[in-house]
Design a protein. Structure first.
Length: 500
């Protein structure tokens, strides 16, 4: 019998009533393993109502109460990380070690939230005028929402709700309907840690649920991670409804390799960053820009390494890369490879015909490597979101930099070089929000903020770190004057009369 996945509202499982369901498949087998309830507008409204009711007390709770719960939550996540990873592997398909890494990166933000007392310290200026003091404080917004993608079903939600609730908000999470179980489990553990009912809610759904959150008057802010077209829609719609928005979009991350680079290290990095998690991550390196003098050698080194990657089910400990999330997505990724030669690319590796024995119905695709890719080809212009690496060539550093800066995206980028001056120049001149120097996937640690430029981010705030705290709070400035006790009228005085 097919498993049913329901909502988590007010600290308990709430069965879906819309009558609409979405399939949840095992990417390794292609079989439908479960169905998830897709919320109606009214069901979203019920979740918002529960969050609004909880905010009445949670928003004024003490910082020590919040952090005590978060410390217990972090301990539970640590104890159950294998269980969370298993849910990710079952529904997303990524290998278990990669899923464990995702949980670990999400826990970094929980740890940051445990120290929220420092992040929420205000400011005070005394005696700005005679007996006048000015203080600045930060207060929670109220009910906030997060809409998260399929590629990191645990990490990206944990980039949002731990900080949001630590700041005193209550939260509605709308995870991807393709792999929803991890979100429910995260919420269950939060309740087990002592988070009051209604502070964290999970509502599953499609565009109906998304639009309900974007239009609901009691939702004060929306966080989103996904593709650029949807990020633009989220930002436009939620802003038009008076909400604060941070919407992280797509990417085409470039890695510039200079002639003085350690080419073995660069090839290792390119393979890891392009094909890890089957390329289904917004920080994947999908375009290597190699200077002409070392391009042939670098491509050969990448090919040698890529051919050795073992692809198989995510729960097989020998697998290094798993399947793609759905058959539709697999076919779309394959189309960029099959059409590459006609658009001028040299197909060094073609993974479109790959299958795994015993799992022939899984959403498999092998490693693809395209060389001499042009900037006007589909494989370069679009975010493929799969294990396809494009190599472009440039004569000079300046030409490579100009190529990168001409991209519509500005999420992450990297340079590989031994020249400190070149690296410093690159980090100042490149138009991207996150830069790696001999680091291929420059995802910031939790106490710095994550976010890109251009069509990779809509809104003013990056996610987590200081930007996350500022996003989930709003400032208030208080100007105070108190009369000095010496100026008070004498009134009744039962003491001895003053003689002088």
């Amino acid at each position: 019998m097919t498993k049913n996945i329901h909502h988590w509202i007010g600290g308990k499982t709430v069965e879906g009533t819309s009558g609409n369901w979405g399939p949840v498949t095992d990417p390794a087998t292609g079989a439908v393993a479960a169905q998830v309830a897709l919320a109606s507008t009214d069901e979203v409204g019920a979740a918002v109502a529960a969050a609004k009711e909880a905010f009445a007390t949670w928003g004024t709770s003490s910082l020590s109460q919040r952090t005590a719960i978060l410390f217990r939550y972090r301990a539970l996540l640590d104890a159950r990380r294998d269980d969370i990873a298993a849910l990710i592997t079952a529904e997303h398909g990524k290998v278990h070690s990669d899923a464990l890494g995702e949980v670990a990166r999400g826990m970094e933000i929980v740890e940051l939230a445990c120290g929220i007392t420092t992040q929420l310290k205000g400011e005070l200026s005394t005696q700005v005028s005679n007996r006048v003091d000015v203080s600045a404080i930060r207060q929670p917004l109220g009910v906030v929402a997060g809409i998260t993608p399929f590629n990191f079903p645990a990490m990206v939600p944990m980039w949002m709700f731990p900080l949001a609730v630590a700041c005193g908000n209550t939260f509605i999470l709308k995870p991807s309907e393709k792999d929803p179980s991890a979100a429910n489990f995260l919420a269950e553990l939060a309740t087990e840690a002592g988070l009051p009912d209604g502070v964290l809610n999970v509502v599953h759904g499609d565009k109906v649920a998304v639009d309900a959150l974007l239009h609901h008057p009691d939702v004060s802010a929306v966080s989103f991670v996904g593709s650029t077209p949807i990020a633009r829609y989220i930002h436009t719609t939620a802003s038009a409804n008076g909400k604060r928005v941070q919407a992280l979009g797509g990417a085409k991350n470039h890695m510039l390799v200079l002639p003085d680079a350690d080419l073995d290290a660069a090839a290792d990095a390119a393979v890891s960053a392009a094909y890890g998690s089957a390329g289904e991550r917004c920080m994947a390196i999908s375009a290597v820009v190699a200077l002409d003098s070392i391009a042939d050698e670098l491509v050969e080194k990448i090919r040698e390494r890529a051919e050795k990657i073992k692809i198989g089910p995510g729960n097989d400990p020998t697998s290094e890369m798993g399947p793609l999330i759905t058959k539709v997505h697999r076919d779309k990724v394959a189309s960029y490879v099959t059409g590459a030669a006609a658009q001028g690319a040299e197909v060094v590796l073609d993974g479109t015909g790959y299958t795994v024995e015993g799992f022939e119905d899984g959403h498999w695709i092998g490693i693809s490597l395209l060389d001499k890719v042009s900037t006007d080809s589909d494989a370069y212009r679009d975010e493929i979101f799969g294990p396809v690496l494009c190599v472009l060539r440039a004569e000079t550093y300046e030409e490579g930099l100009a190529l990168i800066n001409a991209s519509q995206y500005g999420n992450g980028t990297a340079i590989f070089t031994r020249d400190g001056g070149a690296a410093r120049r690159f980090q100042m001149e490149v138009q991207a929000g996150m830069v790696g120097v001999n680091v291929p996937i420059p995802v910031p640690v939790g106490y710095h903020s994550f976010g890109g430029w251009k069509d990779s981010l809509f809104g003013d705030h990056h996610i987590y770190g200081n930007d996350g705290v500022h996003f989930y709070t709003r400032g208030k400035v208080v100007t105070t004057r108190w009369p000095d006790p010496a100026d008070a009228p004498s009134g009744v005085d039962l003491g001895f009369p003053r003689n002088h």
